[in-house]
Design a protein around this ligand. Sequence first.
Ligand code: FES
Length: 130
Amino acid sequence: MEEAKNSNDLGHGELNQWSVVGKVEELKTKSCRKVFMKESCNLALFYVKAKNRFYLTNSACPHARGPLEQGDIEEAGDSYTVTCPLHYYSFDLETGESSTGLRLAVYKTEIRGGDLYALTPRPVSLKKLS
Ligand code: FES
């Protein structure tokens, strides 16, 4: 498995690792859902049907920890954004960038066979991990 270090490093020198999120066909049934990262922050998994593409981000908004998995997804030119339900800041799902200057942590995903994999500092799951 490929390992890489990026700006989503939790600050403990951990290398990112690929782990299975779930079955692609099942994950496509919801446009937003919460994903749990072991002993760390929760993530939000978005599925944009128009692009047939998944995006994985932190679930807590970088402004004041609003629940982004409850946000609205909107088309913005070539990309898509999620709008936080608390104060309506929008973040690009691909880059995490926002017009406010705040940046949302985003994570790579990849489909292998029928499974969706995520590249994160710690393993992820659809169920809470301790
Ligand atoms: S908490 Fe998300 S915009 Fe304020």
